[in-house]
Design a protein around this ligand. Structure first.
Ligand SMILES: Cc1cc2nc3c(=O)[nH]c(=O)nc-3n(C[C@H](O)[C@H](O)[C@H](O)COP(=O)(O)O)c2cc1C
Length: 241
């Protein structure tokens, strides 16, 4: 199986250690590709809207975004990690998620996403891990991913972690082990079931796209939806080989 990890920090701190522990459960058969932010996507979205209007390949940061996207589309499991920074995901994570705005369901979602699984790993010292996880889950769900597991740990920091006896550290990591075991048991040869909430979101976006089509306004998004057959009877969760 293929796992793509997007690390929301380059620091080899607690987030990194939790992620490493999570990945250990997948054994040597897992083909793991890792990206580190901001190194692998160091630029902010400039708000030019060129990805929406003229195509993602016209983005000034296409080289970075495309490399990550290619890997995400090939992955059986997507893992996104982030420590909490001022109660949210790191700015580097947000910068990447902004670049994938065109992949949100109202625009041009990739059909592969509707059958994928993802895991979000966040942690913090006091509070903010939950809202950081929410930041990431929000995008993943609007990309079309239905099955998203979350680890959001609190009371973590380098100083605390490094001074913990191994026994106590094991206790703290029990939760991540549980999540990892759950995701390691999955048969990745079969796509994830698309949940009703994802189908409802899709239906709403389809209504909007149908209305746009009817109004005669030409757009890349509209052509995309027509080309996929989603304005007719095709659905992204049905078209899987
Ligand atoms: C800029 C910045 C903002 C932070 N904001 C929060 C916060 O809002 N809540 C919190 O509990 N910890 C906050 N922290 C602490 C980190 O989330 C915490 O130390 C975490 O364990 C660091 O993870 P790492 O070792 O993977 O870098 C912040 C740290 C930094 C550098």
């Amino acid at each position: 199986m293929k796992i793509t990890v997007v690390n929301g920090t380059e620091k080899r701190g607690i987030t990194y250690k939790l992620k490493e522990r999570f990945l250990q459960h997948f054994g040597s058969d897992a083909e793991i590709t890792e990206f580190y932010l901001p190194r692998d996507c160091p630029a902010f979205c400039a708000g030019c809207t060129s990805c929406f209007m003229r195509g993602e390949e016209t983005c000034k940061d296409y080289e970075f975004v495309n490399a990550i996207e290619k890997s995400l589309l090939q992955a059986d499991l997507i893992v996104v990690t982030s420590p909490a920074y001022v109660m949210h995901a790191t700015g580097a994570v947000k910068a990447l998620l902004d670049h994938f705005g065109y992949r949100w369901m109202p625009h041009r979602p990739a059909e592969e996403m509707f059958g994928k699984r993802a895991v979000v790993i966040t942690q913090c010292f006091g509070a903010g891990a939950k809202s950081a996880a929410k930041d990431i889950r929000h995008s993943l769900s609007w990309w079309g991913i239905s099955r998203i597991g979350t680890f959001d740990g609190a009371l973590m920091s380098d100083i605390v972690w490094n001074n913990l006896p191994e026994k106590k550290r094991k206790k703290l990591t029990k939760k991540i082990d549980k999540l990892a075991r759950k995701f390691a048991r999955i048969d990745y040869s079969k796509p994830a079931r698309t949940k009703p909430i994802t189908k409802i979101k899709f239906r709403l976006c389809r209504m909007i796209q149908k209305r746009i089509r009817k109004s005669g306004v030409a757009s890349l998004d509209s052509e995309y939806w027509r080309g996929k057959g989603w304005l007719d009877r095709n659905r992204p969760w049905k078209k899987r080989g």
